[in-house]
Design a protein around this ligand. Structure first.
Ligand code: COA
Length: 150
């Protein structure tokens, strides 16, 4: 599997991006301001992540997704570790990520990759999404913020 930056004129892997974030409008907005990377295996795009500079020396991993039939094979972990490597190479000092309180697997993955929980934005998803979101039998209400020094 190879991970590479998406070329400027290349089509966005929108279906994949929407797996991590249901709002096409929000995805298009941050992809335009950030850098999009894709993972390819046997000429198929199997994963994506997006890095977005947010503050001086800080970058956020705003989207990460793997195609559904390839979940649980270690691709997500490789993408997160690649994002950390690229962020460090590009000179950032901090990488951040946010996820829902109900995203149990994602919270495990990010902590296994070195992220620490630094805060919780209470009721973020209640305020920003019109539909109620449920995952793992838990209502997704709060945004858990994680960070890692590079
Ligand atoms: N408890 C403990 N560990 C868990 C876990 C749980 N409930 N769920 C997952 N993990 C661990 C796995 O064991 C693995 O760690 P390991 O390598 O040490 O065993 C790690 O988390 C991730 O596994 P991996 O196979 O690399 O993940 P993946 O390829 O399935 O990709 C996502 C993970 C999140 C990218 C993928 O599920 C996805 O695309 N989901 C939809 C989009 C999404 O939710 N994006 C994130 C938005 S915040």
């Amino acid at each position: 599997m190879d991970i590479r930056k998406l070329y400027q004129d290349e089509k966005l892997p929108m279906e994949l991006l929407l797996l991590a974030d249901p709002s096409r409008e929000i995805v298009e907005e941050y992809v335009n301001r950030g850098e999009c990377f894709i993972a390819e295996f046997e000429q198929q795009t199997v994963g994506v992540y997006v890095l977005l500079p947010t503050r001086p020396e800080t970058v956020e991993l705003v989207n990460i997704a793997v195609i559904e039939d390839k979940h649980g094979k270690g691709i997500g972990k490789r993408l997160v570790l690649d994002a950390i490597r690229i962020a460090r190479t590009e000179g950032y000092k901090t990488i951040e990520i946010g996820t829902g309180n109900s995203s149990v697997g994602q919270l495990a993955l990010y902590q296994k990759c070195g992220f620490r929980i630094i805060g919780v934005d209470l009721d973020f998803f209640v305020r920003h999404y019109s539909e109620e979101i449920y995952e793992n039998g838990i209502q997704c209400r709060d945004m858990v913020r994680l960070s890692q020094d590079l």
